[in-house]
Each structure stands twice: as structure tokens, then as C-alpha cells.
Design a protein around this ligand. Structure first.
Ligand SMILES: C[S@@+](CC[C@H](N)C(=O)[O-])C[C@H]1O[C@@H](n2cnc3c(N)ncnc32)[C@H](O)[C@@H]1O
Length: 279
């Protein structure tokens, strides 16, 4: 299953909706401590917000890769910057060999069908001693508002049979240990990790935008349903999401949204171990 069209559909509006992802990405960049001449690979780069943020921190070559043509088109739409390029492709099929000092995955690994393969490709892309930083939603309460929308869809009589056909493409890490084990399988030596919760005070429209960024590319995406999703069912799901978010608003029309994330960084050690052969 590929969720690339789901992200292409939201590419034009993504940056305005994903300010919390951008803030988390800046924290991730702090963790990997990019040096002035580092080469950086941004995996699942989306519209390139973090790719350009990395550019502001170093002068080396920077590459963003993403599977969604809409996201890559949007990233390339930004004014050109020296030594920044964007590649359309599946991170699980990357063929980089020791080209980068830093690899970042900001809010992207959990969308990838084969996270371990992606991390192994990231490992291959890193020079020895290079740094990898990952930020993903985590824990059983990673975004209660988005989770409430999913739950309401499963519980509503008209939508329950449709949700039975829903195949969620996201892998949410239950805790730091699970993320560490995933990095460990890709031979990344973990140096540190933390769980952090962002609390946002938003209008109903903004909160709906957060729901879209967190689950929209899955919940509203026909490819995530066995036998697809009709336009009517799509509209019903959208209406239900609006209802759930509006219900969550206080008397002043504000919605309190929390997003809990795992941050983890590690490095490629000098004693390289054997990896799964590239498929
Ligand atoms: C939530 S967005 C995050 C974008 C960006 N990193 C940010 O911080 O705003 C997740 C991105 O991962 C991309 N993605 C999902 N699976 C991918 C894969 N297998 N290879 C490359 N990109 C992928 C999606 O197309 C999407 O642009």
C-alpha cells in the first residue's frame, strides 16, 4: 500500500497545517548537532521545511527525498538554494553509499511500509561516525484528538463497515524501547531518546488541520481501504472529523490538542556489522 497520493493531495496546504512538525523538526536538528560542512539527507522530506532548516545550519550538500510527487513538487517550488536538491523516490529503495554525515527523519518513519529497511538504507547513506535523528509520534496517547476521530468513525453505525476495510499504514511506537529496538535492528547505536508532549491551543479550523496532518493521508485516502472509498463515504468521514473536533472546542471555540513524540538520535559506529541484503 502506498500513501503517496494522500500526501500529494495535502502538499499545497501542508506547511500552514504542520507548524508543530516544523517546531519538532528544529528540536531534532538540535539533537544531531549539524556541523558547518556536513552533508545532510532528509528522508520523507515532504515540502522540504526541514531540508531548508538544515541549510540554515550548514553549508554542505543537502538532499531531501520523498515518495510523494506533490510534496516534491512543492519542495522544488521554493526559491533554489545552493547545494539543496529534492529527489522523488521510495526511501526503502535509496542507493546512497556513505554520502552523508547526518540523516534526519522528521515525522516520516511511521508512514513507511518497511521502517527497518528504510533505516538500513539510511545507515548505508551515512558515513562512519555520522548521526541519525528520528522524530515520530509515540505512546498510546500520541494525538488524542486524531485518535478520537478514528475511534468515532469505528463506532458510528454507518461508518463501521467502512472502517472494517481500513488498513492503517501507520506504525506508532508504543514507547522509547520499541523505537530503540527498531534503530538497533538497523545497526544504529542509540545515544539518547526522549518522549515529549506538545500542547497546542487552536481554533477548530487549525485543530482540523492537525488531524489532517496526523492521520489524513490514511483516514481520507482510498488506497488505505480494501475496495477503496466512495466519494460519499469520504465526505462522511470528513464531516465526522469536523464534528469531533468541533465537539472538542471549549466555550471560546478553542481546542486543546496534544501530540506526544519520541525523539531519538544515534550514530553509525566504526565497526560496521552486516546488514540485511538490499532487496
Ligand atoms: C508527515 S510528512 C512529514 C514531512 C516532513 N518530514 C516534515 O517534517 O514536515 C511524512 C512524509 O513521509 C513521506 N513518505 C512516506 N513514505 C515514504 C517512503 N517510503 N519514502 C519516502 N518518503 C515517504 C510522505 O510522502 C510524507 O511527505
Amino acid at each position: 500500500m502506498t500513501i503517496r497520493n494522500g500526501f500529494s493531495d495535502m502538499a499545497d496546504g501542508y506547511d500552514a497545517l504542520a507548524t508543530a512538525e516544523a517546531a519538532a523538526g528544529e528540536r531534532l536538528l538540535d539533537l544531531v548537532a549539524i556541523g558547518p560542512r556536513d552533508f545532510v539527507l532528509d528522508v520523507g522530506c515532504g515540502t522540504g521545511a526541514m531540508t531548508f532548516a538544515a541549510r540554515r545550519r550548514c553549508q554542505g550538500k543537502i538532499v531531501g527525498i520523498d515518495i510523494s510527487s506533490g510534496m516534491i513538487r512543492r519542495a522544488r517550488w521554493h526559491p533554489q538554494q545552493p547545494d539543496v536538491s529534492f529527489v522523488l523516490g521510495d526511501a526503502a529503495a535509496m542507493q546512497y553509499e556513505r554520502n552523508f554525515n547526518v540523516v534526519i527523519l522528521n515525522s516520516s518513519l511511521h508512514w513507511m511500509a518497511d521502517p527497518v529497511m528504510v533505516l538500513e538504507r539510511c545507515f548505508n547513506a551515512l558515513r562512519r561516525g555520522g548521526w541519525m535523528g528520528v522524530q515520530v509520534p509515540a505512546t498510546g496517547a500520541w494525538c488524542p484528538l486524531a485518535q478520537a476521530v478514528m475511534k468515532a468513525a469505528r463506532q458510528e453505525a454507518a461508518l463501521a463497515p467502512i472502517m472494517d476495510r481500513f488498513r492503517d499504514p501507520m506504525t506508532i511506537m508504543p514507547d522509547l524501547d520499541a523505537l530503540e529496538q527498531t534503530l538497533d535492528r538497523a545497526v544504529i547505536d542509540v545515544y539518547g531518546g526522549s518522549i515529549e508532549t506538545d500542547t497546542l491551543d487552536l481554533s477548530v479550523g487549525q485543530a482540523l488541520g492537525v488531524v489532517d496532518v496526523q492521520v489524513g493521508a490514511a483516514l481520507f485516502n482510498p488506497v488505505c481501504y480494501d475496495k477503496g472509498l466512495s466519494e460519499d463515504d469520504h465526505a462522511r468521514l470528513r464531516a465526522l472529523a469536523t464534528e469531533v473536533v468541533a465537539d472538542a472546542a471549549d466555550a471560546a471555540g478553542r481546542v486543546r490538542v496534544t501530540i506526544t513524540r519520541a525523539f531519538m538520535h544515534g550514530s553509525k559506529q566504526w565497526n560496521e556489522r552486516r546488514l540485511t541484503p538490499a532487496g
